[in-house]
Ligand binder design. Structure first.
Ligand code: ATP
Length: 264
């Protein structure tokens, strides 16, 4: 699809992100201007502590912005009620969940919460959406287990299933593949790509799997100490964005293969 026909789903204008500590501002990143379109899978990469989680939490309104604006589907984020926001955006963060006594099926069904009545009764359509989310994330054999019985990787897939069940135009994920083996890392990223393409969702995720992200993402945001670079993976390779991401004493970026190699 050509970009002119696509809607902008997330837009930031002169956004500054960071923290207020003892009345002091700690700016993590400033002047962030992004336009993310429907149907795009966008990978957010950068060194440890550069601000990836802070950016995701700020866009999700889990953490307040310091300056500037964020628009989700043309509406400023501060104007959204929590209920409205839950129908626009689902989030998978790295924090441990508090509802570990729930079964996997119950946790995934919580994704339907924004759409259910006040007693949380699921309609037949809700049940089908939950089933589909369980199917496509390959967690069928886990549905009756309680969440505290799961491995980190299994729990990660369950949280992704909950976000899919929430069925929002935007999905934000903080390091969704951290605890997964290499096969399931590729599986989940390909699933996110397919979801973005087939259902026109905008999916933004942070990751340290830079080589997988280069292979699969439509666009990438590269955060570094000087600011950020944004574009298609090929363009970013040409601009040497990945080469300058880390000190060059131990690893170098091979632009032919799109991977990092350890120096001999
Ligand atoms: N609650 C907080 N209060 C104050 N500073 C924080 C808080 N959380 C994170 N920071 C700081 O903000 C900066 C960015 O942290 P953030 O967690 O966003 O980085 P990240 O890129 O996600 O890192 P990683 O790859 O290690 O997960 C870091 O310097 C971190 O110490």
């Amino acid at each position: 699809m050509s970009q002119e026909n696509q809607h902008i789903v997330i837009q930031t204008e002169n956004l500054s992100i960071g923290y207020r500590q003892h009345k002091k501002l700690m700016v993590v990143a400033a002047d962030i201007n992004l336009k993310l379109y429907e149907g795009e899978l966008i990978g957010l990469v950068g060194a440890n502590g550069i601000g990836k989680s802070t950016l995701l939490k700020t866009i999700a309104k889990v953490h307040p912005l310091l300056h500037g604006s964020i628009f989700l589907s043309d509406k400023e984020i501060r104007k959204y009620t929590p209920q409205e926001l839950a129908t626009q955006l689902s989030v998978v963060l790295t924090e441990r969940i508090s509802s570990k006594n729930l079964t996997v099926k119950e946790l995934v069904a919580l994704g339907r919460h924004p759409y259910t009545n006040w007693v949380g009764k699921l309609t037949e359509e809700d049940i089908n959406i939950v089933k589909k989310a369980i199917d496509i994330t390959h967690i069928n054999e886990l549905t009756e287990k309680r969440c505290f019985e799961l491995s980190d990787g299994q729990l990660q897939k369950v949280l992704i299933a909950r976000a899919i069940a929430q069925d929002t135009p935007i999905i934000l994920l903080d390091e969704p593949t951290t605890h997964l083996d290499i096969y399931h890392k590729a599986y989940i990223l390909k699933l996110l790509k397919r979801l973005a393409f087939e259902t026109k969702k905008t999916i933004l995720f942070s990751t340290h799997e830079i080589d997988f992200a280069i292979q699969l993402c439509d666009k990438m945001i590269v955060m570094n100490t000087d600011g950020f670079e944004f574009g298609r993976p090929k363009e970013l390779i040409q601009c040497r964005s990945f080469s300058s991401l880390f000190p060059q004493d131990l690893i170098i970026f091979d632009s032919e293969t799109g991977t990092y190699k350890v120096r001999n």
